[in-house]
Write a protein that binds this ligand. Sequence first.
Ligand code: NCD
Length: 304
Amino acid sequence: MRNLLAIRYLDAAEITAILDSARQYRAAVRERKSTVVDSPLGVGLLFFEDSTRTRVSFEQAAAHLGHRTVNFSGSSSSMRKGETLRDTIQTLRYEGLDAVVVRHPAAGSCNLAAHEFGGPVINAGDGAHEHPTQALGDALTILDRKGTIEGLRVAIIGDVLHSRVARSNAWLLSKLGAEVWLCGPRTLMPTNASRLPGKVTNEMPEAVDGADVVMCLRLQRERMASGLVGSVGEYTRHYQVNRRTLRRCSPDAIVMHPGPMNRGVEIDDATADGPASVIADQVRNSVYVRMAALSWCFAEGGAA
Ligand code: NCD
């Protein structure tokens, strides 16, 4: 058994193996072949932050594999009574869960959970740190459209500072040989952005010039200290992904967004619903990569 805590800890061969497995699960599910495992396990879904698509797709993935899920949300648990994350995780361990999927507002909380749990832990988003299964689903979607990641020019645009999606994607895409550009207003770029894999710019035209993939990030107002963006209108004028952006990209560029979208802010309606958008495929593929992630974590012989 092993944990899936961050793309940064994986090598290209491991990433490729998980993506291959996701493709096999997708084919099996589409052909209505059984994907149920011989020994079903109990998987806890611990969501201490709001989520629609991630939680539901883990539930779908577990159901396709025949695993039982136990839902556990921060707002209805003893953590409201002051219990620590450490004690909560230990309780779930004593209650006999085999794996836990954790989403938490604090960066590094999934590493703590992995340390306390003693079974596989999957990071479903920890603060502004990483969201590995989102990046895996995004990579599968890019591969479906482009056939390869090696040599692609990928522009990741917007609130890089608060985005675990940007971090996991920057690691994954650069490990598989893409040229990654990270772009946003100065106040929404991490001060250590130069340590993330990728080139950094505040100029959108420079980031998207000839891009094969444009990845929009949500403006994360719930994590934002006040004053980081002058006004939404100003942000939109400089960083919204729209028809004007696409004119600078490669003619067959695709547009991605992890959701939830602020329509009319980081992306306009015409682009979100237009022919370049692969947003629906990102959601579809997220189920299959989460099946692959669960199986990879439960596999015999993996190092924790
Ligand atoms: C993202 C998340 O929660 O990190 N959403 C998702 O999982 N699909 C991105 C976001 O909240 O902006």
